[in-house]
Design a protein around this ligand. Structure first.
Ligand code: ADP
Ligand code: MG
Length: 403
């Protein structure tokens, strides 16, 4: 597929293309967005994630001028959206943004070319040659006169992308653009977005797919209409910069749970390593190491793992998780705590092995390094857990282990 045409964009400096401050959207008594703030730099590709109903579409629609905000401030490319009249919004939509929806929204009785030209019409310039070129750029040069019904889902979405790009928008808003596509077409469409990103477009894309989200520069998650996670703020370089610090919505109240999820996953990956098996992402679980105990709410392991990849605890490749040196050290520590705790419960309190395991799952999260060393010393630096699995030695052990 040919390269997407270069666009006349500002140089890629850290200029704010989108600035959202305390955005609130109320539908009657329902608060769809409850005070969202973040900024997007020019040229950034942001994946917008979050469960159904968390406010993603509402946010995209407001940014695109398809819906209005209740309060707060939204500035896109210097335009304060709350201050626009109806006519102003129409012009804003035509000049500044390009939309790609999950449903392709093509006019069924117009050809691919006419669908793109219709968009030009709204921008008050119809130029057949340019429309043709736009379609050629997304690999549809030989489908110009096809009606939407004669095109596959992937091809229809590419027509929609060509249409969205016809006015070289600064900001591309995509709401689950691959939600209706099979894997092969998903790859083609994401490849187009990647080229658009490389050409300097700013992209805000709603997606549920962690693999797609990882290709973006940044991931933002909404939950219940609020910002729940932002990889730019919560990444390894700025772990304490939570925008909601000192509020009940602060990521730290979540991150306590996250730490537990991370530990569960690290343990599982470690055990796979001991057994000489690959740690397949599809088989890992983010909650309840034994499946019996859910210390934290269940969340798809792939989502948790992608946060762990951001923190350089794991590397993900071909559906497999591998421990980084930092992740490996942490996994070793948690496995050690877990197996020491099992020994403690079994040997000292005479509980059976299953109960020892269940209790250990809880206990491993509350043992400090000092307590860990004291338990280890108390138990005589044991080499194995009650199941016979090795207990990684700690600093306290050197040469003191008993079998
Ligand atoms: P998402 O895209 O994350 O699934 P939405 O932004 O579509 O979530 O919806 C957020 C919340 O706002 C939901 O509770 C939804 O029912 C509500 N909502 C969305 N649009 C409207 C509307 N036009 N009128 C009333 N409620 C709405
Ligand atoms: Mg939605």
């Amino acid at each position: 597929m040919s390269v997407v045409a270069p666009v006349q964009m500002q140089p890629r400096v850290a200029a704010k293309q989108v600035d959202i401050d305390n955005l609130i959207k109320q539908y009657g008594t329902l608060r769809a967005l409850g005070g969202v703030s973040f900024a997007v730099n020019t040229g950034e590709w942001v994946a917008l994630m979050g469960p159904s109903g968390s406010g993603k579409t509402t946010l995209i629609n407001i940014l695109g001028g398809l819906d209005t905000l209740t309060s707060g401030r939204v500035v896109v490319d210097g335009v304060d959206l709350a201050k626009l009249s109806e006519n102003g919004l129409v012009r804003y939509r035509a000049e500044k943004v390009g939309f790609v929806f999950q449903q392709f929204h093509l006019v069924p009785y117009l050809t691919a070319l006419e669908n793109v030209m219709l968009a030009q019409y709204f921008h008050s310039v119809t130029d057949e040659k340019e429309a043709e070129e736009a379609l050629t750029r997304v690999g549809l040069g030989d489908r110009l006169t096809h009606l939407p019904a004669q095109l596959s889902g992937g091809e229809q979405q590419r027509v929609a992308i060509a249409r969205a790009l016809i006015n070289q928008p600064k900001l591309i808003l995509a709401d689950e653009p691959t939600g209706n596509l099979d894997e092969a077409n998903e790859r083609i469409v994401i490849e187009i977005f990647r080229k658009l990103h490389n050409a300097g477009h700013t992209i805000l894309m709603v997606t549920h797919d962690p693999d797609i989200a990882r290709q973006a520069d940044r991931r933002i998650e909404l939950a219940h209409g609020r910002l729940h996670y932002d990889s730019a703020l919560h990444g390894p370089s700025q772990p304490l910069n939570c925008p909601l610090v000192d509020t009940p919505d602060c990521c730290k109240s979540v991150s306590g749970d996250d730490e537990i999820r991370f530990d569960h996953l690290l343990e599982q990956i470690w055990v796979c390593g001991e057994e000489g098996k690959p740690a397949e992402v599809a088989r890992l679980r983010a909650a309840g190491a034994s499946g019996k105990l859910s210390t934290v709410p269940e969340e798809p392991a792939s989502r948790v793992l992608s946060r762990m990849a951001d923190l350089h605890l794991v590397a993900l490749q071909n559906g497999e998780a591998q421990l980084t040196p930092v992740g490996s050290q942490r996994a070793r520590d948690v496995v050690r705590r877990h197996r020491l705790a099992e020994r403690l419960f079994k040997d000292t309190f005479s509980v059976d092995e299953t109960e020892a395991h269940t209790q250990a799952c809880r206990f491993e999260h509350i043992i400090s390094p000092e307590l860990d060393a004291r338990i280890c010393t108390f138990l005589g630096h044991p080499k194995t857990c009650p199941h016979g699995n090795p207990i990684p030695p700690g600093d306290c052990c050197d040469g003191k282990s008993k079998p």
